[in-house]
Each structure stands twice: as C-alpha cells, then as structure tokens.
Ligand binder design. Structure first.
Ligand SMILES: Nc1ncnc2c1ncn2[C@@H]1O[C@H](COP(=O)(O)OP(=O)(O)OP(=O)(O)O)[C@@H](O)[C@H]1O
Length: 268
C-alpha cells in the first residue's frame, strides 16, 4: 500500500486551548478541550451520543461561541477568518431547499456572496461533476436518493473552495453500501483538493477507514479522552478493509471507545 504523507510536518490549522462550552441551561457540553490539528489531516471525532462532538465542530466553525478558552483557525479566532469561504460544513441531514433544483441549491453559498448566476455557473458545474451529479442539475431534491442528496450537500459545501471541511455525521442515515461509496468519495476529495477534514461519527469502522487520526470523546462532561494516530497509509480501499492492520486499528479504537461508555446515562 502506498504511503501518503500525513502532512504531519505542515502548519497548524486549528488550535483549541482549554475550551469549555456551557449552555444556558447549565449543560457542560465540552470541558477543557485542547487540540491541535495540522493542515491536511483527516481527523475523526468519535464518541457516544452527547459527548460534545457537534458542539466542538460548531465552535470550530464559529457557529457557536466558546464559554472559556480559545480556538483559532488558520491563525484567526474561530468564525473570524476571512469571509467564511475557508470552511465547508456538511450536516447529517442534507438540508436542501426542496423548492429549488440541484443547481440552485449548490449555487446558494455563491449567491449569498453576491455572485450572479452567470459568474457562478462554471464553479457550480465543476463541483456537480466532482460529485457525479452533472446530469442532475435540473432535478429537485425529492427526485434524488438519500446518497445523491448528500452528494448535493457536499457539492454545496465545496463550491466556495474551502480548505477545511467539517462533516457532522454526514452518512449516518444512509445504507451501508452508499455509505461505503461516499466514504471513498470523501477520501478522494480530501486528497485531490488538499483539504483538511474533521469528520464526526459514531462508527469505529468509519473512523478507522477514513482518518489519519481519531479523537475519542466521552460524555458528561464532553471531553477528549484519547487521541489515536492511525499510521496505515493511503489510498484506503476494499483491500484495506480486509487487512490485519485495519482490524487491529478497529480493535484499538473500539477499546478506547468502550472506556467512554462507563457511567453513560442511558436515558440521554
Ligand atoms: N443548544 C443547546 N442547549 C442546551 N444543551 C445543548 C445544546 N446543544 C447541545 N446540548 C447538550 O450538550 C451536550 C453535547 O451535545 P452535542 O450535540 O454536541 O453531542 P454529540 O456528541 O454531537 O451528540 P450526538 O452524537 O447525539 O449528535 C448534550 O448533553 C446536549 O444535550
């Protein structure tokens, strides 16, 4: 298997220092989170429900403020970097506008930045072909499968040419085969566009397949309990899924995750 660099020698992209997030109702969603992520890394946030994965992602994007500590992205305080084009966000639901066709949905971020349709056309068409949907530009979300809708959502996140892609359980609602295929497509985007990715997931298998590093979190309060580098090279493919090193990494990450399940409140 070819070893691609893990970009570990590259510059720091995200720095979280002693971050807490306490919501108005007193819930400590994240406590004392410190993390440094370099450009080009593919990092998964893995952990049980309620451990603060989404909250951490939202704070990194600037959608939520921190209660304590600091986060910088590319040297700027989170949410204050440039005009926001540097970050693409993909949610668990595709969150498409049902009344607009695929082209219009993907065009939206550029429209919000004041680009006329004619100016944006080439960029929209490029990202649509990148996710294999060039022939569906005029289709409406209701006419697409779940996997295709998620591809539209990824295209919409990529249309601003972000450097950092934040993905919050994007494939949790999809069937296994579609998920596997989209995993490969995300890896291909990551590699081709030199992205950095933070990928939130509940799945050990998905995190080990995709990531160069798995950050394991525990709940109540949400916190980082393990930071596991995965040294298997890329490309990752069906052969990797069958390999002893994949099985070994799944075992390591699984036992790290199991440790977080002690004292879990099952009513959560
Ligand atoms: N707006 C909010 N107000 C109050 N509490 C919140 C809010 N958002 C999240 N929480 C709480 O903060 C904690 C962390 O939530 P978060 O959604 O970040 O967890 P998660 O690990 O992403 O969970 P899941 O895997 O279920 O999506 C949970 O206890 C949740 O109920």
């Amino acid at each position: 298997m070819t070893k691609l660099p893990f970009h570990g020698d590259q510059a720091e992209l995200i720095s979280m220092r002693d971050v807490d997030k306490v919501f108005g109702n007193g819930t400590v969603a994240v406590r004392d989170m410190s993390l440094s992520i370099n450009q080009g890394e593919f990092v998964s946030f893995l952990g049980p429900s309620g451990c603060g994965k989404s909250t951490a992602l939202k704070m990194i994007s600037g959608l939520l403020s921190v209660s304590k500590g600091s986060i910088t992205v590319n040297g700027h305080p989170a949410g204050a970097g440039g005009d926001g084009d540097d970050i693409g966000y993909v949610f668990q639901e595709a969150t498409l506008m049902p009344w607009a066709n695929v082209f219009e949905n993907v065009y939206l971020p550029l429209k919000l930045r004041g680009l006329k349709k004619a100016q944006a056309r080439e960029r929209v068409e490029n990202v649509l072909s990148m996710v294999g949907l060039m022939n569906f530009a005029k289709s409406y979300p209701r006419e697409l499968s779940g996997g295709m809708r998620m591809r539209v959502s990824i295209a919409r996140a990529m249309v601003t040419k972000p450097k950092l892609l934040l993905m919050d359980e994007p494939f949790a609602a999809l069937d296994e085969m579609t998920r596997t295929k989209l995993n490969d497509e995300v890896l291909s985007l990551w590699k081709t566009h030199g992205l950095s990715v933070i990928f939130v997931t509940h799945s050990v298998f998905e995190s080990v397949y995709l990531s160069s590093r798995v950050v394991v979190m525990a709940a109540r309060p949400g916190r980082v309990v393990h930071d596991i580098p995965l040294t298997s090279g890329y490309p990752r493919n069906a052969a990797y899924r069958m390999s002893p090193e994949y099985a070994e990494s799944c075992k390591t990450v699984s036992s790290a995750l199991e440790g977080t399940l002690d004292n879990v409140d099952l009513n959560h």
